[in-house]
Structures are given as C-alpha cells and as structure tokens.
Design a protein around this ligand. Structure first.
Ligand SMILES: Cc1cc2nc3c(=O)[nH]c(=O)nc-3n(C[C@H](O)[C@H](O)[C@H](O)COP(=O)(O)O)c2cc1C
Length: 186
C-alpha cells in the first residue's frame, strides 16, 4: 500500500515532520509512506495553473499513483499553515487529484490541544468539492505537548500516544482497503 504524506511545516526541526518520519519507519511493514516536498511548491497562482511548474506535475502524479494520503499539520494561528493550504489548492485545480483519495490526519504541537483547531479546519477543507478526500472519520490524532513526547532521535516516547497511533493506522489501512471499491464505483 502506497501512501503519500503532506507535512504542513517547512521548519528544519519540525515536530510534525518528526512524527511523520516516525510513522514512516514504524509502519514500514504495512504501508510505504513517501513524504512529498510540498514546501518546494511555489505560491499557487491561477495564471500559471494550465502551465504549472514541473514540481506540480511531479507531485500530482505521485498522488494519483498513491492509495491514500496522510496529512500532518501544525497549527498556525488557529488554522493550518499556508504551506499545506497552498499544496491542497494546487492539487484541487485542473486535475483534482485528491478527489476520492482515502486520507488520514495527524497533528502535533507544543500546546495542550495538539492542533485541534487546525484539524477542524483541515477536515472542512478536505470536504471542498474539488478536494473531496475520503477522510477517515473519528480517529483524531492530536499530539499535544509534543516536545515532552519525543526523544533526540525523533522517536515518540509516550506509550499511550504510540498505542493510539498504532490503532489509528490499523483503522486507516482498513479504510484504504475498503475505499478501493467505492472510489472505482463513484
Ligand atoms: C506563526 C505561528 C503561529 C502559531 N499558532 C499556534 C496556534 O494557534 N496554536 C498552537 O497550538 N500552536 C501555535 N504555534 C506553535 C506551533 O504549534 C509550534 O511552533 C509547532 O512546533 C509547529 O509545528 P512544527 O514543529 O511541525 O513546525 C504557532 C507557531 C507559529 C510559528
């Protein structure tokens, strides 16, 4: 199963990137997670959408070939960061490559609420007509106080969090498998 990941942080020491890489390693026997370099996308501009920069075409193809999408979002001012919104905007135009893709959301922040507000908005965005991912319901992964839950190698050290994400990943794998028939019939 091939999953592409979009991480909404372009920060070198990003906790959300850390979490995504941790998941990439931990679930390597179940899913192949490829992290898309969405921070390399230029700002979306409608003037360019019919003749986009090559990176847009490359990432679009990777999404098309994938079985699902993992979104890892920080929270910036009670919303998702621009780098993630920008990517979703590119992939919603000309070819709406996210439509019917099974999707899963995680988010990490140093605050107690762990990206609750950003994820609420992200679910709404993913439901837009030209985005329309099949987002795994429930299974809300909020990693709050993340700086207290990782070691220096970027491993999650909080057992309860690890167990919870294990269960959500199992649910997502099931969701992707069940979604195949739906997507082809739609
Ligand atoms: C511009 C900006 C706005 C932020 N707004 C919020 C916020 O609304 N809620 C929150 O919990 N954290 C907020 N933070 C803190 C981020 O959650 C924290 O920087 C987090 O580490 C970012 O994710 P990353 O480590 O993956 O880059 C904000 C950070 C920045 C730079």
């Amino acid at each position: 199963m091939k999953i592409v990941a979009m991480v909404g942080s372009n920060r070198r020491e990003s906790y959300n990137m850390m979490l995504t890489k941790y998941m990439q390693n931990r679930y390597a026997d179940k899913v192949e997670i490829e992290i898309l370099p969405i921070h390399e996308l230029p700002f979306y501009n409608q003037d360019d959408e019919l003749n986009p920069p090559e990176i847009v075409n490359i990432l679009r193809e990777k999404i098309k070939e994938s079985d699902g999408v993992l979104f890892a979002t920080p929270e910036y001012n009670a919303s998702i960061p621009a780098v993630l919104k920008n990517a979703i905007d590119w992939f919603s135009r000309v070819e709406a490559v996210l439509v019917n893709k099974p999707a899963m959301i995680v988010g990490a922040s140093m605050g107690a609420l762990g990206t609750v507000k950003a994820q609420l908005q992200l679910r709404q965005i993913l439901n837009a007509v030209n985005v329309s991912t099949m987002t795994l319901p429930g299974n809300e992964v909020y990693v709050g106080s993340v700086h207290e839950k990782v070691d220096e190698e970027g491993n999650l050290t909080d057992e309860a969090t690890v167990e919870f994400i294990d269960s959500v990943m199992d649910n997502f794998v099931n969701w992707v498998e069940k979604s195949v028939n739906y997507a082809s019939a739609y």
